[in-house]
Each structure stands twice: as structure tokens, then as C-alpha cells.
Design a protein around this ligand. Structure first.
Ligand SMILES: Nc1nc2c(c(=O)[nH]1)N[C@H]1C(S)=C(S)[C@@H](COP(=O)(O)O)O[C@H]1N2
Ligand SMILES: [Mo]
Length: 452
């Protein structure tokens, strides 16, 4: 590239004014006052137009010594790095080792039942990295050999069929982003705040891009009896033989028999090689290690819909077959267990979702629900998918109570805890979608609180 600029003569590159020995010296020992002086003289001798470098300007800041982290070249800037990583499959930075799925100390870890929560407080945007997707197993997980795995579709169909994974992957596929939330998410907080952080209050929630064949296409392929088919039983290939009834409208709408998650095959713990994706429905319907779909004309009343995942109502009767996860939101930063180091500007950020469609609006309050301001929804805003919201906040250093309230495209407004209790009573375990409150103490600590 020509250096013949507006000065009408060839301008040497600025570093040509600096002796190589000094460059090496600065690389090794950083930029102290005398080296800085020399540099200034060298640059001045050239042309003012060539003097750039905000680091120098910052170093000149009156009274400031300058930040050594920017003034002193670190070792990695003066030495060769590694060739391509030796890992065939990349890993996060060692400095991010704290970002982990975690098990709640209050819950057991057994082959019969185990849960690991997604660290929502540490994630950006809306996609959950595959290795941080929450886990919920009723009888443990297996790494199933895809070549011996099969999916059978039978019942009210003209041609019952058995598919290999290869058969399915030859069919036309779709890729869609959806959240999955366990019906037991936020269950521990029904009565009073029980767990300290958003990882444990809301971390049975993840959101990924799922790839697979629309279930409607498979049902057509088997010749579904449209007149009589009303429900489908989905069964998993784990020791739990986990089974759930799916209404036919859901099955024919947007359900997917998925093999892909975030651009690669499902992880074993999330159902490899096949899982049912039922957008908007509670997690238990998303049967992992899917092996059987029975098309029927009545609900099946399996264990997971008669003794589990039911809601004991105030009148003493149990609500069965709760399917859709209602509109809900949570502030992920600042959130329980975090600490604000100083008053001043903060970006309040969080997630909102609805099993009924898109998020229409999220309001945020910093005074425990007296006043609300509308947050920014970040794109994309997709149906039955997490939506990221952000709002500016200047903390005055006084105690504050942070809340978010989501509204979905049906007009449904996320309820306060008291509003939810008025309908649901106090004996529920599942399906708590109440507004979450985080109290910021004067010292900056953020704690899980409940206000009516
Ligand atoms: N076969 C099978 N499918 C299953 C389960 C299971 O234990 N076995 N757990 C269910 C429950 S209760 C939930 S919340 C989700 C959890 O999915 P994940 O482990 O991928 O997060 O899977 C559902 N599908
Ligand atoms: Mo679940």
C-alpha cells in the first residue's frame, strides 16, 4: 500500500521512528516513564498525524500511573502460542471453570432420580450451550448405540412402522429454537425462598436449537387414523420407560422427533440419539431416548401423569395433564448470590418465556412492584423460546427489590406469588410461574426474597 499521503512525501510507518532495541525493551519490561518520554519525542519528530494510540494518551493522564495491564505487554504477547488445540473437541477457557451445571445440595443424587441445574446467571443471549443444558433423569442416563436404537409407531395407524435413526435422518428435517422447562422448576420456592441463586430457583430451564423430523410427517407416513386418533403415548428407552400422553393437536402441530441439538447430535444425557420435542409443553413430555409412539383415543394415565406432575388444588383434588408451561420470567443479573460492588450503572438482564407463543412485553420493577418500566426485548423474539430482556438501572446504593413481569402474545400476565397462591393454594409442587423477587441489600448483596 502506498504511504504517499496528504503530506506529499512518503511517510514512514510510526514504528520506524523507534529503534528495534527499544521495541524489544518495551515488550519485555513495559512502558515506564522514561521509555514513554522517548517514544513521545520520536513520535513528535515524525508527524502529529501519525501519533495515535490511546494507550499513550491514557498513560499521560495527569496524576495517573496508567494501568499496567495495558501498558506492560504480557508474556503471551511476546511469545509463541500453541498450535491448534490438541483437543479434538474444544473446551471453555480454564478461567471459566466456575460456570457449571450444579446439583442442589438439598436434592439426592441417585440412579433413580437426579437433577443438575443450568447456570442461568452466567449465560448470555438465549441459547444454552449443550454442555450446560439442565439434566433430569428418572432412572439415570445411558449412552445408547444409535445403530441399535429403533422408534416404533403403532396404534391407530394403517401401517405400523419401525424406524432406524438412519431412516429418520433421511427424511425432510426442520431446525427450531425452543425452551424446555421442567414442570418442577421453581418448585422449591412455593412456600418461601428456599434456595439462594437463580441457578437453583430457575435452572431447570434451557433453550437450544433442535433438529429433527416433524412428528406430523411421521404420523402421516404411518397413515394416522385422523378420525379416531386423539392422544399419543410417547415412551423412552431408559429403565424408567418414561411415558407421557400427548394430545393429538400438539403432536400434529409443532412437535419434532429430534436428533440434533445446537448443531450436533443430542448429548447422551439429553436423549441421544432421539428425543421428542414438544414446544411449550413441560419437560416431562419431551421424552428422551424415544423408542415408541402409540396412537390412541384416550389419555393413558401413566405414572408420570397420575402420581407425578399433578397439582394438588385448594379443593383437595389433583389437576392432571398440565401440559403448557405458562408465561414466566426471571432476572438473571443481578440475582441471588451476586454482589453489586458499587453504586452506579447496572444492566438488569433476564429471560422471559411462554409455552403459548411469543413474549409481548417484559416490565421490570426496582421497588418491589410499585412502579414498572418496560424492558428492551432483544431479537430474536420467537414463539415458545427464551427471550432476552435488558434495562438500564442506576443503583443509588440503597436497598432495592428487583422483579420482572412477562406478558405473552395471548395477553396473559405473569402472576405475583399471592395471585398464584389464591388460585393454586399452598400444596402444589409443580408449575410455579410467579414473579421472582431479588432484594439488593445496602451492602450490595443480592438475596432471594418473597413479597406478596
Ligand atoms: N426417557 C426419559 N425421558 C425424560 C426423562 C426421563 O427421566 N426419562 N425426564 C423428563 C423430565 S421430568 C424432564 S424435565 C426432561 C429433562 O430433559 P433434560 O434432561 O434434557 O434436561 O426430560 C424428560 N424426559
Ligand atoms: Mo421434569
Amino acid at each position: 500500500m502506498s504511504l504517499r499521503g496528504k503530506f506529499g512525501r512518503i511517510q514512514p510507518a510510526p514504528e520506524n521512528f523507534i529503534p528495534d532495541a527499544l521495541i524489544d525493551d518495551i515488550r519485555l519490561n513495559g512502558l515506564d516513564a522514561s521509555r514513554r518520554r522517548f517514544l513521545r519525542k520520536s513520535f513528535a519528530a515524525a508527524s502529529a498525524a501519525l501519533v495515535s494510540g490511546s494507550a499513550l494518551a491514557a498513560a499521560d493522564h495527569p496524576g495517573g500511573e496508567g494501568d499496567p495491564a495495558i501498558l506492560k505487554l504480557p508474556k503471551h504477547s511476546t511469545s509463541l502460542g500453541n498450535p491448534v488445540t490438541h483437543l479434538p473437541y474444544g473446551q471453555p477457557s480454564k478461567h471459566e471453570a466456575n460456570l457449571q451445571r450444579r446439583e442442589s445440595p438439598g436434592l439426592t443424587r441417585r440412579r433413580e432420580s437426579s437433577i443438575a441445574f443450568t447456570p442461568l446467571q452466567g449465560l448470555f443471549g438465549i441459547i444454552t450451550p449443550s454442555g450446560l443444558h439442565f439434566e433430569r433423569h428418572h432412572a439415570g442416563w445411558h449412552d445408547i448405540d444409535p445403530s441399535s436404537h429403533r422408534l416404533m409407531i403403532h396404534g391407530l395407524v394403517s401401517t405400523p412402522k419401525v424406524y432406524t435413526v438412519g431412516d429418520l435422518m433421511r427424511l425432510p428435517s426442520v431446525s427450531r429454537m425452543h425452551f424446555i422447562e421442567c414442570g418442577a422448576n421453581t418448585a422449591m420456592d412455593w412456600a418461601s425462598p428456599a434456595v439462594p441463586s437463580v441457578q437453583y430457583t430457575h435452572g431447570m430451564l434451557s433453550c437450544c436449537e433442535f433438529t429433527g423430523v416433524p412428528l406430523s410427517l411421521l404420523l402421516e407416513d404411518c397413515g394416522i387414523d385422523k378420525k379416531n386418533a386423539k392422544f399419543i403415548l410417547a415412551e423412552g428407552a431408559d429403565g424408567a420407560s418414561l411415558t407421557r400422553t400427548i394430545p393429538i393437536e400438539r403432536a400434529l402441530d409443532d412437535a419434532i422427533v429430534a436428533w440434533g441439538m445446537n448443531g450436533e447430535m443430542l448429548r447422551p444425557e439429553n436423549g441421544y440419539p432421539l428425543r421428542l420435542v414438544v414446544p411449550g409443553a413441560q419437560g416431562v413430555c419431551w421424552v428422551k431416548w424415544l423408542r415408541r409412539l402409540d396412537v390412541g383415543d384416550a389419555p393413558y394415565a401413566t405414572r408420570e401423569e397420575s402420581t407425578q406432575y399433578t397439582d394438588l388444588m385448594p379443593d383437595g383434588l389433583s389437576r392432571q395433564y398440565s401440559l403448557i408451561q405458562e408465561c414466566k420470567s426471571v432476572i438473571t443479573t443481578p440475582s441471588g448470590g451476586q454482589r453489586l460492588m458499587d453504586k452506579g450503572f447496572y444492566n438488569i438482564t433476564g429471560l422471559a418465556w411462554s409455552g403459548r407463543g411469543k413474549i409481548a412485553r417484559v416490565d421490570v420493577s426496582v421497588d418491589g412492584g410499585k412502579q414498572w418500566k418496560t424492558a428492551r426485548l432483544e431479537s430474536p423474539v420467537l414463539p415458545k423460546c427464551l427471550t432476552r430482556f435488558n434495562i438500564d438501572w442506576v443503583w443509588d446504593g440503597k436497598p432495592a427489590i428487583l422483579q420482572s413481569r412477562a406478558i405473552d402474545e395471548t395477553g396473559y400476565v405473569q402472576p405475583k406469588m399471592a395471585e398464584l397462591r389464591a388460585v393454586r393454594g399452598t400444596r402444589s409442587v409443580y408449575h410455579n410461574n410467579a414473579i421472582q423477587s431479588w432484594r439488593v441489600e445496602a451492602a450490595g448483596e443480592v438475596v432471594n426474597v418473597q413479597i406478596s
